[in-house]
Ligand binder design. Structure first.
Ligand code: MRU
Length: 366
């Protein structure tokens, strides 16, 4: 996608100096998402440890981008030391960095299985190539999700007598959460680019405000009309006929179609169900955990630092970025980062293979 006419992906390799063995030494470029929407800052990561910090502190975030970052993390690790034991240790460290999005495990395992077949001398080249392949595949998958989601919106749009088609989304499942295009936002970009009159309700998504800061920013950069709403407003808007469709992303989906996504998604699904608003999850196949069936009991929900609830960060009038406390110092806070929407509340799942119901998800990939 473009930022001010310049094409970006969210992650890319940077070739640097040439090593004594005549190999280029690579680092990894990222957009530091903790600085958005106020500043566009690019960071260059040269070591596995730096990548792990970037994932933990959410400089990179969003399930598909966490997967791509883990793949490049493995490449950085192999560049440091291509031995079996170092690869094993690095994989373990990456797996512990964020537990809920299954894409991280998927990418680490894929890198490990490629590297295990090769002698250490040629692992470095193979690791960078595989990480780049994972990124290219992510872009293709999300583009396909966009096209399938576009057909879905087109079908609903022609039935819609109102001029504007209102889509509500939660958190950020746009291009910033992936390598490019996004998942939930890919159909929205496709519909907007096809000339449809789309308007997006953007949930702010406390506590880290990925909706208010990231989704609003990227929609704005692409010229998609949108309005940021407080997390509590969606149900009210649905009751008054102002939401035609909900599209969210996913961090992990069970084989039975339970959808784990950013905390608060479940409440939107309940409100959508009560108001007969179609509720879709846009899900690339690496976000599906085929090994599990019960989203409520089988998915580890990341509990993040309570200070993400206690503080809010924003731009002060002097142009500096500040955090301010919003809770009393004597109060305890709890910060579960994700929740699970049971399949029964999900109208459909938009994948790279097409749109299906949760019950038929498995069939689509057989
Ligand atoms: O904690 P985050 O910002 O990594 O959570 C992101 C989400 O929950 C997204 O909705 C999800 O990863 C889908 S990304 C295409």
């Amino acid at each position: 996608m473009k930022i001010d006419e310049k094409v970006y992906r969210t992650i890319w390799p940077i070739a640097g100096a040439v090593s004594p063995k005549n190999d280029a030494v690579f680092s990894v470029g990222i957009i530091d998402q903790t600085m958005l929407p106020h500043r566009l800052e690019i960071k260059e990561l040269g070591k596995l440890d730096e990548m792990i910090i970037a994932i933990k502190t959410m400089q990179v975030r969003g399930a598909p981008l966490i997967g791509a970052s883990a793949a490049y993390g493995m490449a950085l690790a192999v560049q440091e030391n291509a031995s079996d034991s170092h690869i094993e240790k690095s994989a373990k460290a990456l797996l512990q960095s964020r537990p809920t999005a299954v894409n991280l495990r998927w990418a680490v395992k894929r890198m490990q299985s490629i590297l295990a077949k090769l002698p250490p001398q040629i692992r470095n080249h193979a690791a960078w190539r595989e990480a780049a392949l994972i990124c290219d595949e992510d872009v293709q998958i999300n583009h396909a999700i966009g096209q399938h989601g576009l057909s879905l919106i087109q079908a609903a749009y022609t039935q819609n007598t109102k001029k504007t088609f209102n889509i509500l989304t939660h958190c950020n499942a746009g291009w910033l959460a992936t390598v490019d295009w996004g998942t939930a936002l890919a159909p929205i970009y496709a519909a907007h680019d096809a000339g449809m009159n789309i308007h997006v309700w953007v949930d702010e998504t406390r506590p880290r405000n990925q909706g208010a800061s990231l989704t609003a920013w990227e929609l704005g950069k692409h010229g998609v009309p949108h309005t940021v709403i407080s997390d509590n407003a969606g149900g009210h808007l649905m009751q008054h006929g102002q939401v035609d469709m909900v599209i969210v992303g996913a961090d992990r989906v069970t084989s039975t179609g339970d959808v784990c996504n950013k905390i608060g998604t479940y409440l939107k699904a309940l409100a959508a169900f009560d108001n007969q608003v179609p509720f879709y999850a846009a899900v690339p196949s690496p976000s599906i955990d085929w090994a599990i069936k019960d989203g409520l009991n089988d998915i580890e929900i990341e509990i993040r630092d309570a200070n993400e609830v206690n503080y809010m960060t924003g731009l002060a009038s002097d142009g500096t970025i500040h955090s301010v406390r919003v809770t009393p110092t004597h109060s305890h806070s709890l910060n579960p980062a994700f929740d699970v929407t049971p399949a029964r509340l999900v109208t459909g799942i938009i994948t790279e293979r097409g749109v299906t119901t949760p019950e038929k998800l498995k069939q689509l990939f057989e």
